[in-house]
Design a protein around this ligand. Structure first.
Ligand SMILES: C[S@@+](CC[C@H](N)C(=O)[O-])C[C@H]1O[C@@H](n2cnc3c(N)ncnc32)[C@H](O)[C@@H]1O
Length: 360
């Protein structure tokens, strides 16, 4: 069975990549020229079922190129079908943090637009067999890329109480993380946790305060999914790659669905827009200060109409920025990208070592 995905913030995302005046105040529009961009090389880091990709392609000329990524084999099958019918499309099965290497392989050193529509697609959530949903029974998998890596069940069978607490508290911002971690450890001592509903029920039994309209396992499932798929490490890698790949005038458009990822995107754009701020105390002349590498253009929320017809849109935020002509600092685009503080501590290294062993 194939499941449908309704793209979120579709028109603003494509407009953001193609319209020179997008997000600019009226006074500065004329200098930019008004013609829609139709050529160049574009990246869709999150193909899904191709809603954004198809809308972008419908506005691009025959000589443009679109390189699409996805970790998910089902999304990649859909992307390959599209590529078979449209020679402008190149498909890469893998994480979008590997964008630079994948583009180098096809001889592209610069790109004109990068879009990321983060998180999981409706087909991934709706198919109980993928293990992402606490509402549908299925194996506790949660991998976007089902061809590699540790499943959530495998990780929960091995992680220490401390590791589980840190993941659930950090990525889920869950107050009852310690109680949940202890309950998982107690349960697996007698029987392994194998299914989504087993985990959802266990979590519900220890989360004591219910947030209005939210299942008690929402935060735990979000946390495990982010951890299993290394979502924030991937995002950091993609932001860094996008900043170094974008040509002058090229656009970055990122749709986030929760505060951790949106904060990373916001902080990256702010840091790249004001690189001199970090050097304010150094005795540098004006001319020696680093120049902005990104110009922030817009923060867009879905309309009430879109939220009413597509529940996934309710938590979405689109941020748009344009690459300036300024060079990157000597340390590269990494200077502008940071992970949340709890991820920079060394405590999680043993689970990361275990993951590396599974991936080898
Ligand atoms: C919200 S959906 C994108 C939907 C798509 N824009 C559409 O209109 O059909 C997110 C997709 O990105 C993929 N994805 C998430 N993180 C990824 C990553 N780090 N690298 C590659 N693909 C990723 C997921 O597997 C999923 O298919």
């Amino acid at each position: 069975m194939d499941y449908e995905h309704r793209p979120v913030l579709l028109a603003p995302t494509v407009d953001a990549l193609l319209l020179p005046a997008y997000g600019r105040r009226k006074e500065s529009r004329t200098e930019q020229g008004g013609r829609e961009r139709t050529s160049g090389i574009f990246v869709d880091g999150t193909f899904g079922r191709g809603g954004h990709a198809r809308a972008l392609l419908s506005r691009l000329a025959p000589d443009a190129r679109l390189v699409v990524f996805d970790k998910d084999p089902q999304a990649i099958a859909a992307a390959r079908e599209l590529a078979a019918a449209d020679a402008r499309v190149t498909v890469v099965h893998g994480g979008f943090s590997g964008m630079r290497g994948a583009l180098a392989e096809i001889g592209a050193t610069g790109v004109d637009g990068v879009m990321l529509d983060l998180g999981v697609s409706s087909p991934q959530i709706d198919d109980g067999g993928r293990g992402f949903s606490f509402m549908r029974d299925g194996p506790l998998d949660m991998r976007m890329d089902t061809t590699r890596g540790l499943t959530a069940a495998q990780w929960l069978a091995e992680a220490s109480v401390d590791e589980m607490r840190e993941v659930i508290a950090g990525y889920g911002e869950e107050r009852f993380a310690f109680q949940i971690a202890k309950a998982i450890a107690a349960r697996r001592a007698t029987r392994p946790l194998a299914t989504t509903l087993e985990l959802a029920e266990l979590v519900a039994s220890v989360v004591r305060t219910r947030e209005k309209g939210q299942h008690p396992a929402t935060r735990t499932f979000q946390a495990l999914r982010i951890h299993i798929n290394q979502e924030l490490e991937e995002l950091a890698g993609a932001l860094e790659a996008a900043l170094s790949l974008l040509n002058t005038g090229g656009r970055l458009a990122v749709i986030s669905f929760h505060s951790l990822e949106d904060r990373m995107v916001k902080q990256c754009i702010a840091a790249a827009a004001r690189p001199a701020a970090a050097m304010a105390r150094l005795p540098l002349r004006e001319s020696e200060l680093p120049q902005p590498v990104l110009e922030p253009l817009a923060r867009v929320l879905p309309s009430p109409e879109e939220c009413a017809t597509n529940v996934r849109a309710r938590s979405a935020v689109l941020r748009v920025a344009e690459r300036t002509a300024a060079p990157l600092p000597p340390e590269g685009a990494a200077a502008f990208v940071s992970l949340p503080a709890f991820m920079r501590r060394p405590a999680r290294s043993s689970s990361n070592r275990r993951r590396a062993a599974w991936d080898d």
